[in-house]
Ligand binder design. Structure first.
Ligand code: ISE
Length: 340
């Protein structure tokens, strides 16, 4: 690894909303890394993003950026369909990767990535499931790991977005939004999800007519736990993510995000964060910092390609369950030894 200025030279692939946010984060917020290259198919946009970042070269081709001698590692934030190719190029060049979710858009391609990483004989990818780096989720995980309240029996999740971007579909409600609850369920409970059901109540009038919003998603785990998620992506009032773990000896809940709590003019209350970039800003910072630190030590940690593949398998079952109204079992390959 050739690190200039003692820092990790990162190529950020994709300069849309998340990619641009990661460029800002690496340039301004975290330590130990610099943005050595940015990549986007839109030449003007990528030039604009690179402009003003010292030593940053714009590219329209991911492979060319990864061949840049100043690039030591890759952050993939392009649309999911482009991830498999970018990952394979990074594998061929031995470049460590932080790959935004989804690892790839479907289980077959995600499994191919798992198999390609297995052939390397070592982990090279951290998958960007950033909730694992959120301070509240980390506290909840610690309580469950210590068995502070006994065995967890159920999780109740709420996942609310103020609104959806144009073109957001029912399938994206699973792939883009519920994928986070899929990952936190597997991580918090340390169990695979085995089956999915989706209930679709009468929709809100605030969502586009093509969207069945809200939805209630039910997971069963291999240990027999049941997890429900209320997904409401046009709730209008703000961004809310919470998780309540119901254990044998107590209940622990996170995500009641009040910030400052005010009593005034005959009212009490706090405020609600507007969106995920604000709600999970610190988690994104910690995620990228931990990736940079581990990479500089020559290590790989955090959510793995297996986690990315398992999430894709549950998403596929979820989309089928959503369309059919039936209980759909998750089809999962055997977990390779590389992933513990
Ligand atoms: C978005 O892509 C995210 O990743 C957010 O965390 C999630 O809350 C939102 O629903 C998704 O669309």
């Amino acid at each position: 690894m050739t690190q200039q200025h003692g820092t990790l030279g990162v190529a950020v692939i994709g300069t849309g909303r998340m990619g641009a946010d990661h460029v800002r984060r690496i340039d301004d917020v975290i330590s130990g890394a610099r943005v050595a290259a940015v990549v986007d198919i839109e030449a003007e946009r990528v030039k604009r993003v690179a402009h003003g970042i010292e030593g940053c070269t714009p590219y329209t081709d991911p492979a060319a950026a990864m061949a840049d001698p100043g690039v030591d590692a890759v952050l993939i934030a392009s649309p999911g369909a482009a991830h498999e190719d970018a990952l394979r190029t990074a594998f061929a060049r031995g470049l460590p990767v932080l790959c935004e979710k989804p690892l790839t858009p479907d289980p077959a391609s995600a499994l191919r990535v798992v198999q390609a990483e297995q052939q390397l004989g070592r982990r090279q990818v951290q998958v960007g499931f950033m909730r694992r780096y959120d301070a509240d989720y980390l506290k909840l995980k610690a309580l469950l790991t210590q068995s502070a309240y006994g065995r967890p029996l159920m999780l109740h999740n709420k996942h609310r977005n103020a609104d959806t971007p144009p073109g957001f579909t029912n399938a994206m409600m699973i792939h883009d939004s519920v994928v986070h609850e899929i990952d936190v369920t597997r991580w918090l409970l340390d169990e695979e999800i085995t089956a999915v059901r989706v209930l679709r109540p009468a929709p809100t009038g605030n969502a586009p007519a093509s969207l069945s919003d809200p939805q209630l998603i039910l997971f069963e785990t291999a240990a027999g736990q049941v997890v429900d998620t209320e997904l409401f992506v046009n709730c209008r009032f703000g961004y809310q993510v919470s998780c309540e773990a119901v254990c044998e000896g107590g209940i622990a809940r996170i995500g009641d995000d009040h910030g400052v709590f005010v009593n005034a003019a005959g009212k009490w209350g706090g405020s609600i964060t507007p969106g995920f970039v604000e709600r999970f800003g610190e988690a994104y910072n910690r995620q990228v910092q931990r990736w940079v630190d581990a990479t500089r030590r020559g290590e790989v940690e955090g959510p793995s390609c297996w986690d990315g593949y398992a999430a894709a398998a549950v998403c596929a079952a979820g989309v089928r369950a959503q369309a059919s109204g039936e209980r759909v079992e998750v089809e999962l390959d055997e977990r390779p030894a590389l992933y513990g």
